[in-house]
Design a protein around this ligand. Structure first.
Ligand code: GLU
Length: 433
């Protein structure tokens, strides 16, 4: 069987969009499934719109997704001589002509049929497009021309790309024939749409892969989610590992209709993948984020961060829950939410209880969860309080928030010094309100 060679050919004119990432992924999975070659080609001939910043974003987003090129990246801007040579062949044979500094290809009137692996045979009347510009007057090739030359010379066996290119394909087929190149197989995959069924755009939320990375979706979870946008492994399976995706991927199960972006499913998959991530690995991911934010130094206490990780492991949606909801672990004095303070830190009895609690906790040698819990419960019993009546104020005092992971574990992880300092601070705060 002929070798499978596919390519992902982004234009560096914007950040890597979720839709393009899905195209890259389908190509990659298709190649990996068949031991084929996945090629990265940067279509950067539009000098005005191309930017190194976008190239960097595309490269780092692909790295984040774990989509590695087996060949390339090739840059079209470095292949101008190749396009020149091919256009010369068409000029020499009289198939193309010069026109006001550009090179154009007058398309013979005919019906062109090509086969699409998803959509079947597609027939187009070429009088719809009449003439194709191959080289612009600035000497740069058009997309359709450069794409055909590269796909042919790079021996691409399958062109898998977004539906939005389906109108280009008959034009490209005409050019393959004129150049005497053999025609690859095509598969045009459906667009991704938002909840409003319109093409996924900024209006419906984040569209750049980098944004999802920043929010803290795991690479495997995001890849799992992207794979389900328009494809399924069958049997209602949703939670799928990278290896399983490679094993199961098959163009025949790609749907023909637009795939709808479903934030809830992405979140669910991410929490499932998070649960399956080891505490060690998760702690590493946390450390990277915290160090980047300057909340943790390079010689941080690994055991301590592991305890936090253990606590959050099964309670997370995205990695940024750590910084958004659990910042108090890393602050000297937590940022107090005004509403939490207003609801739970007021009145003389609370002041007295916090003072009492502080002095009892101060006597503890071991600050493990059981020890702090028995101090709190002891105080509750003695003062005939309900547990809630004391626990809520303590929680706000220590975390600044009215919701947090289980309090006694939080206290134990914060440790005696920090807990005593925060209780002192909250007591002052309450007394002076
Ligand atoms: N540079 C084109 C794009 O980003 C590539 C289309 C193709 O795969 O042929 O849309």
């Amino acid at each position: 069987m002929a070798m499978v060679r596919v390519r992902f050919a982004p234009s560096p004119t914007g950040t890597l969009h979720v839709g393009s990432a899905r195209t890259a992924l389908f190509n990659w999975l298709f190649a990996k499934h068949q031991d084929g070659t996945f090629i990265l080609r940067i279509e950067d001939t539009d000098q005005k719109r191309s930017d190194k910043i976008f190239l960097k974003d595309i490269t780092s987003s692909l790295t984040f997704l774990g989509i590695q090129a087996d060949e390339g990246p090739y840059f079209q801007s470095e292949r101008l001589a190749v396009y020149q040579e091919q256009v010369q062949r068409l000029l020499d044979s009289g198939k193309a002509v010069k026109e006001a500094g550009a090179v154009v290809f007058p398309v013979p009137a005919e019906e062109v049929t090509f086969h699409d692996l998803l959509h079947g045979d597609i027939t187009v009347d070429t009088t719809l497009f009449e003439r194709l510009v191959l080289m612009k007057s600035d000497g740069l090739p058009t997309y359709n021309f450069a794409c055909v030359v590269d796909d042919a010379l790079m021996q691409i066996s399958h062109v898998i790309r977004g539906d939005d290119h389906i109108a280009n394909t008959p034009k490209q087929v005409v050019l393959y024939r004129a150049l005497g190149f053999s025609i690859p197989a095509f598969a045009h995959i459906p667009l991704i749409v938002g909840a409003d069924r319109a093409r996924l755009s900024k209006r419906q939320g984040a569209t750049a892969v980098a944004e999802y990375r920043q929010v803290g979706y795991l690479s495997d979870a995001f890849v799992n989610y992207l794979a389900l946008l328009g494809w399924s492994p069958g049997g209602n399976r949703e939670l799928v590992s990278r290896e399983e995706l490679i094993q199961a991927f098959d163009l025949s199960r790609v749907r023909k209709t637009a795939a709808q972006f479903d934030q809830q499913k992405l979140d669910w998959l991410n929490s499932q993948h998070l649960k399956r991530t080891s505490v060690e690995r998760l702690a590493e991911l946390f450390a990277e984020r915290l160090i980047a934010k300057g909340w943790l130094s390079n010689d941080y206490d690994r055991d301590w961060l592991k305890r936090i990780t253990q606590l959050l492991h099964d309670r997370m949606r995205v990695l940024s829950d750590l910084e958004e909801e659990n910042a108090f672990f890393f602050q000297d004095i937590p940022a107090y939410e005004p509403e939490a303070v207003a609801n739970f830190l007021s009145g003389e009895p609370i002041v007295q209880q916090l003072i009492e609690l502080r002095s009892r906790l101060g006597l503890l040698d071991s600050f493990d969860t059981t020890a702090v819990e028995s101090v709190v419960r002891g105080l509750v019993a003695e003062k005939s309080l309900t547990a809630k009546a004391l626990i809520h104020p303590i929680r706000v005092a220590l975390t600044g928030r009215s919701v947090s992971p289980p309090l006694f574990e939080v206290m134990s992880i914060l440790g005696k010094d920090r807990v005593l300092r925060r209780l002192e601070h909250a007591t002052q705060l309450t007394a002076h309100r």
